[in-house]
Design a protein around this ligand. Sequence first.
Ligand SMILES: [Zn+2]
Length: 365
Amino acid sequence: MLLQFQGMMAEYERALIIERSRRGKAFRARSGMVNVLGGAPYGFRHIRRSDVCEARYEIVEDEAQVVREMFRRYSDEQASIGELARWLTGEGIPTRTGKDRWDRAVIRAMLRNPAYVGRAEFLKTGTTDRRPAINRQARLQGRSVSRHHAKFDRPKDEWITIAVPAIINEATFEQAERRLVDNRRFAARNTKEPSLLMGLAACSCCGYAYYRTSTRTAKRKIYYYRCLGSDDYRYPQGRVCDNKPVRADYLDDVVWTHITALLADPALVQNELDRRLTDMRATNPATSERARLERDLTRAAKAIERLVQAYQEDLSPSTSSAPACPICAPNRTASRPPSTRSKKSSSAPNAWSSATASPCETTPF
Ligand SMILES: [Zn+2]
């Protein structure tokens, strides 16, 4: 019981520490302190806090020149993000993590980062209970549920701005921002017809996802699903998978026929639901964590109930000859009949004095 109570207190203290840390970070961010931010983005160096100065971002001049040129090409010359990636890779400029190939997603994130105009933002994202779609690593490890929680973008009015040195001017950044918004609005994918397995199919050879692509013949447009691992241009040593693209209409048809046949059998559907439920219970860490917390909550509620009961009977250690924890003697307090103060004064000291050897005597309570 003592261990359970200590466990309960540890949980409570853990929650307190997390909350204090979150509040402390938000407070430091509002005070303009850079040390709440993660690693500095490309173009900056994070100088740690010392005895003589606070933590700060410092501009790395040769990287800053690359950032300025990237924004100039994107905003003034209307270069595409793919062209920027090819230019940076072609020039042999290493990325922040030392890679020699620039990913388009990295460049897109850089073009959206307001730190380059002197506004590093804190609390841009938050986490949800939802699990994101699994990635290649999870597929190769045979997992069906992601280990991480999905993130969401917080509204801009919740962001906390921290001033850092600017690398580019506001006008260039706004121009780039407008182009990114337009790209999203007029993206070709917004006008495409959806197909059944978009975002669902993955390659069993290499674990990469299949994306949909198309070719146009004289008569019509034909859609294909293609393995991400089979594209030469994505990898330094060329393709990592030899799987051929597959016609989208053929594959959709095969899968759809199979699914409708399966759905026609209710027993099969029930079995599958049961299997998935068992899998989720076993693999989802949130479920087991919740079960553990519920158990702790029940234990804590019972402990509180016993405490209240003990105090109601006025059995506080200060009035007894031998101080002890009422939680450690649940049976003694539970088995004792309800008594008045005068009755208890004769029986209680004996009951508590038997607990002098209780380990609770050393516990601050
Ligand atoms: Zn593949």
